[in-house]
Design a protein around this ligand. Structure first.
Ligand code: PLP
Length: 410
């Protein structure tokens, strides 16, 4: 299988960017796009694990799985070393492979699509809806074939996808609805937490995410299905080391599948336990900041603020604005440069999958096939949104965005 080095620059903090020229009203320090919010509680939990004599998958991972599942109301949870691992393991455990197709969104991080390649299936991209930038059910329906085995719904920016409609489409096609919830901790769709159902849902604890363990992930879903995933996530072994060595357990195990090395460590789980206790506070702060941004920007001609559908509560992982080209004399790239010059870090989520050379060339894809995704991509940028932002930081972002919009209005 051909391989490429895809950079993840669009997902990384923009801290390394230095401002090219000073701008009026520029804040003195560069505002990082998305640093992690880590306190003494995380440090103490990690130190406790380091001193405990057990640092890989063990009691803290078990506790983190149980507390995470309880927090969401999930039937069960499996700790892993990334969201990518969760998506890959879920597809493998579903038995998806060569000859199968998996439908998903082009407006996502490469991991969502790479895992489809990893199991040997074909990714089929469907365009997104103009309001939420989540999969558009009509486009998914048009992409269904007799080979469709799964639909991966990406909850873009933390706004839940149209789950009831997508689940109906999946059921009619005899396929499984898998959810990429990398951005959706914690979000609600029609009163139900994302991850509370029986289908496979993968969360990310990457450094920029709403809850971080440095690197890490969690898969939620049906307990029996997750037990199959647990075996696959650790070399296909019937029992993990904790169950073999703790409390005088036996050294014996069987390898029952050609599994992966995707297990979460207790060091990661220690961070996760401390972060989970703060999640409510983090989410409250994210909501407050998003509300301030929307109140400040919604009257500006040059910007389109995020749409929130009435039947959801988003996780506010990202605050994505789209520029209005008919109202501005500059495009997205120059808008970003102007914000950088004002010491405001930004990012773009995402470079659409069909624009990456590997997928473009392999499947002969071009932007004209995905007009809503591409139109949005060309005018989108993500503003800083994390619980560590002070009120002053938020005011600085608002001031800078307003200033650039005013300066370049047509
Ligand atoms: C939409 C989406 N899916 C999947 C991933 C992969 O998550 P992880 O880095 O935990 O594997 C990311 C991470 O940036 C993401 O944004």
């Amino acid at each position: 299988m051909p391989s490429v080095n895809l950079t993840r620059s669009s997902a990384e903090p923009a801290g390394a960017i230095s401002c090219s020229r000073p701008a009026p009203g520029r804040r003195p320090e560069f505002l990082l796009f998305s640093p992690p919010t880590i306190g003494e509680e995380e440090i103490s939990e990690v130190v406790d694990t380091l001193r405990s004599g057990w640092i890989t998958t063990g009691p803290k991972t078990q506790r983190f799985e149980a507390e995470f599942a309880a927090r969401l109301g999930a039937p069960a949870a499996l700790g892993l070393n990334s969201c990518t691992a969760g998506l890959h393991t879920a597809l493998a455990a579903l038995g998806i492979g060569p000859g199968d197709e998996v439908i998903t969104s082009p407006l996502t991080f490469a991991a969502t699509i790479n895992v489809i390649e990893h199991v040997g299936a074909v990714p089929v991209l469907a365009d997104v809806a103009p309001d939420t930038m989540n999969l558009r059910p009509e486009a998914v329906e048009a992409a269904l074939t007799a080979k469709t085995r799964a639909i991966i719904a990406v909850h873009y920016a933390g706004h839940p996808a149209d789950l009831d409609v997508l689940r109906d489409l999946a059921e009619r096609a005899g396929a499984t609805l898998v959810e990429d919830a990398a951005h959706a901790l914690i979000a609600f769709y029609r009163g139900r937490a994302i991850g509370s159902g029986p289908n496979p849902v993968a969360f990310s604890f990457y450094a920029t995410k709403n809850l971080t363990t440095g690197e890490g992930g969690m898969l939620t879903g049906d307990p029996a299905f997750l037990e199959r995933c647990r075996v696959l996530s650790l070399h296909g072994m019937s029992r993990d080391a904790w169950r073999r060595y703790a409390n005088g357990g036996s050294w014996r195990y069987d390898v029952v599948a050609a599994g992966f090395k995707y297990n979460m460590t207790d060091i990661q789980a220690a961070m996760g336990l401390a972060q989970l206790r703060k999640l409510e506070r983090f989410q409250q702060r994210r909501r407050e900041i998003a509300e301030r941004y929307t109140a400040a920007f919604q009257e500006l001609d040059g910007l389109e603020t995020p749409t929130i559908r009435p039947d959801v509560a988003p996780a506010w992982h990202l605050y994505v604005v789209r520029l209005n080209p008919s109202a501005l004399r500059i495009g997205r790239d120059q808008f970003i440069d102007e914000l950088t010059a004002r010491n405001i870090g930004t990012s773009v989520h995402f470079i659409p999958i069909y624009r990456h050379p590997f997928y473009r060339d392999r499947y002969d894809l071009h932007p004209g096939m995905f007009p809503v995704t591409d139109g949005s991509y060309r005018r989108m940028l993500s503003l800083p949104l994390h619980p560590g932002l002070s009120d002053r930081d938020v005011s600085d972002v608002i001031e800078a965005v307003r200033d650039v919009e005013r300066l370049y209005r047509r």
